[in-house]
Design a protein around this ligand. Structure first.
Ligand code: SGN
Ligand code: CA
Length: 519
């Protein structure tokens, strides 16, 4: 080798070493980010929020060293749309995914792609629900559609296979495996997304008897008659007492006769068939006695409605318990591998959920229980003690906040706002002074399409298919039982809120089809 070539070779090696050191340094200084999103996890079912229904010690531990948001909301309370908003930082009408029947245009800009293109190694594991294949991830292992609780299918980087076990545990196994085998020279971004506690709430074997003897307090408005509310609240199909299916939701049957296997009964048989004969035996031993007791009691009217509520709550909260256990497992892994000090944890859900309030299960409406979502952010070195924040934030802000945490520039076309200043304790007030909402999917559960605006104190909802309005004074009426839209003493508030709604609609450029002459 000539002298010059030797020098060139030495310089090349020195540059390589330097580059490697820089990458390693980056991996050490730029935070890792784990975005934990459970499906349909109501804030009422996280003990840190103080509702007293259950105990979630591992999620609560995040809140002990982080910021617990009391006023985090979504823009469109349903699964796929919420996920698309989170990924893009754009409202549904901009990212194109308006309802669960849409297909995500994966070619567009997402927070995952931006992190990936700027030195992060990225993965998404668990529920995805955006139809098209994930893009912007070094590794993906997601369930098709909603996923199944027992022995679910997973699609790993495009290859589908059935995986034995319980979905909440499997999702964590995959997350830990990826963390173990990831490219350790880079910081990581992991989207760890549980299917639980989504319908039809099938618990893990070890929790079959949890809450067996617990009587949950029935919400004060469980027997809501929707007086003062518009047609939309009356016409929904999401009442625990009326719309839950005996086999599928309430687990009042095992194998069904062939001629009954239609609709939700068919769904039940399909998922029940995923259990092995051994698993079916254990399921039947656990649920059999309560089915017998139920038949014997021969309940009707209010008693039957309350029995259904208790049945729903027990299974829902049992599923939550496995979610909490698995958050604990993941945190233990981080600690054991020295990752806990430089990993930000975000815990949230794709929306809120009704646990019997207004008599309902499911979500969709802009009323608080489904519009709001749990949100806890733990950022080691930044959020060191428990802080409860009342600042109004929205899932529209997640993408920008994550980029901000990673020290990356925020694209001008994103529509949210970073709430890093709240996490750093530099901002106490609202990130948004008013929040915009738009729900599109008037199909299953029959919730009319609507837009709306929420401020600190008031909420205005416009069901534009019905041309009907509702307005709530949240200070006086936390449960949204009294529609004050036509109350003359609120006429000024009404004009102020309608003005805000139109301003936000314009700001976000939402072409809502109908606007009445009233505005
Ligand atoms: C399924 C459920 C609905 C639920 C939607 C949306 N029905 O269709 O009860 O509202 O998902 O949920 S089921 O018979 O299939 O269980 S979401 O979380 O995906 O938006
Ligand atoms: Ca959901």
């Amino acid at each position: 080798m000539s002298y010059k070539r030797v020098i060139r070779f030495i310089v090349f090696i020195a540059l390589c070493v330097q580059a490697k050191q820089m990458v390693a340094q980056n991996a050490n200084t730029r935070p890792n980010i784990i975005y934990i999103m459970s499906d349909d996890h109501a804030y009422q079912a996280i003990s840190a929020y103080g509702y007293g229904l259950n105990h979630t010690p591992n999620i609560d531990k995040l809140a002990e060293q982080g910021v617990l948001f009391n006023r985090a909301f979504v823009t469109n309370s349903i699964c796929g749309p919420s996920r698309a908003v989170m990924l893009t930082g754009k409202h549904s009408h901009v990212n194109g995914f308006k309802d669960n029947h849409s297909t995500f245009d994966g070619s567009q800009q997402t927070v995952a792609k931006l992190l990936h293109n700027n030195g992060y190694t990225t993965a998404v594991i668990g529920k995805w629900h955006l139809i098209s294949d994930p893009q912007g991830f070094d590794y993906w292992n997601v369930v098709p559609g909603q996923g199944e609780y027992y022995n679910p299918d997973f699609i790993e980087n495009g290859v589908k296979k059935r995986v034995p076990g319980y979905i909440t545990n499997i999702t964590t196994d995959f997350a830990i495996n990826w963390l173990d085998s990831r490219d350790k020279s880079k910081p990581f971004f992991l989207m760890y997304q549980q299917k639980a506690p989504h319908r039809n709430w099938m618990p893990e074997e070890k929790y079959y008897h949890l809450f067996d003897s617990t009587q949950f307090p029935v919400p004060a408005n469980y027997f809501d008659d929707y007086q003062t509310r518009t047609k939309a609240a009356h016409e929904q199909a999401m009442e625990v007492a009326r719309d839950m299916h005996d086999a599928y939701d309430l687990k009042l049957a095992f194998d069904l006769p062939k001629d009954q296997q239609k609709g939700l009964a068919g769904n039940w048989q399909g998922i029940y068939n995923r259990l092995t004969p051994e698993e079916k035996k254990k399921w039947e031993a656990a649920y059999g006695p309560s089915i017998e007791a139920f038949k014997k009691a021969n309940l009707s009217g209010k008693e039957l409605a309350i029995w259904k509520y208790q049945r729903y709550m027990r299974d829902y909260l049992r599923c939550v318990q496995s979610v909490d256990d698995n958050v604990g497992r993941l945190m233990e892994y981080l600690k054991a591998n020295g990752l806990d000090k430089n990993t930000i944890i975000i815990y949230t859900s794709d929306q809120g959920f009704y646990l019997g309030e207004h008599g309902w299960f499911d979500k969709r409406f802009m009323y608080e229980e489904s519009f709001r979502t749990p949100l806890i952010v733990k950022w080691p070195g930044v959020t060191n003690k428990k802080i409860a924040s009342n600042s109004m934030v929205q899932n529209l802000d997640f993408a920008e906040t994550i980029l901000d945490m990673a020290g990356l520039p925020i694209p001008a076309d994103m529509q949210g706002k970073s709430f890093v200043p709240v996490l750093k304790g530099k901002k106490k007030g609202d990130v948004h002074e008013a929040l915009y909402y738009h729900f599109y999917e008037n199909q299953e559960h029959k919730v009319a399409k609507h837009i709306g605006v929420r401020t600190d104190r008031y909420k205005l909802i416009y069901f534009y298919e019905n041309n009907e309005w509702e307005m709530y004074d949240l200070k006086k009426d936390k449960s949204e039982m009294k529609n004050v839209y036509n109350d003359p003493s609120y006429s000024k508030v009404k004009s102020m809120m309608q003005k805000k709604l139109m301003e936000l609609k314009k700001q976000y450029n939402d072409p809502v089809p109908v606007v009445t002459p009233q505005i």
